[in-house]
Ligand binder design. Sequence first.
Ligand SMILES: N[C@@H](CCC(=O)N[C@@H](CS)C(=O)NCC(=O)O)C(=O)O
Length: 200
Amino acid sequence: MKVYFAPNSRAVRTVWLLEEIGLPYELERFKLGQKEMRGPEYTRLNPNGRVPTLVDGDTTITESTAIAQYLAAKHAPHLAPGPDAGNFATFLQWLHYAEGMIMPPVNNYVVETILLPPERRNEAMAARALKLLNRTLGAAEAHMADRDYLAGDFTIADTITGHAVIISRRLGADFSAAPNLSAYADRLEARPAFIAADNA
Ligand SMILES: N[C@@H](CCC(=O)N[C@@H](CS)C(=O)NCC(=O)O)C(=O)O
């Protein structure tokens, strides 16, 4: 299996899951912003020129959440509870919370604080993105009051939305009133599979 990867990106989610499952993989490395990501060779695999992309034999799949569902379905069904499990709805909701709720303000905040040249950055837009990010994290903080992982047991929801929580904290989201989410992020960051992916 080959993972098209860049450090400090959503591709860490894929490598983290592969490490959790113990599957062998190869990395094809990019640096975010590298022009080859938008070149014809790579956009044949991922038309948006983004990471991650997973190539598994004849199968090419993009979208970090879909990749996680694909890997769990094929190799680790215990990490993705099915319709008969009591935590199925909770699992689905929090699996999709990252790309649906957390990453849109993260993306806007990164654009306004890191990606744009300083003269084109808009402080008001950055502040608004951070406020929205803090609000979306508030729901996760409340949810984590009485559990260790998003769906109770560790699942792929943690490699996706847990990763978005970790990234949010690293970007400077306000965790001062979020003891449950802070403990959750610490718990995830201590997992050997996460550490391996974070340092890949
Ligand atoms: N929804 C996609 C988002 C993929 C995405 O935006 N990846 C970012 C890195 S976190 C990227 O490749 N950015 C490179 C660029 O925009 O040039 C997913 O979950 O895989």
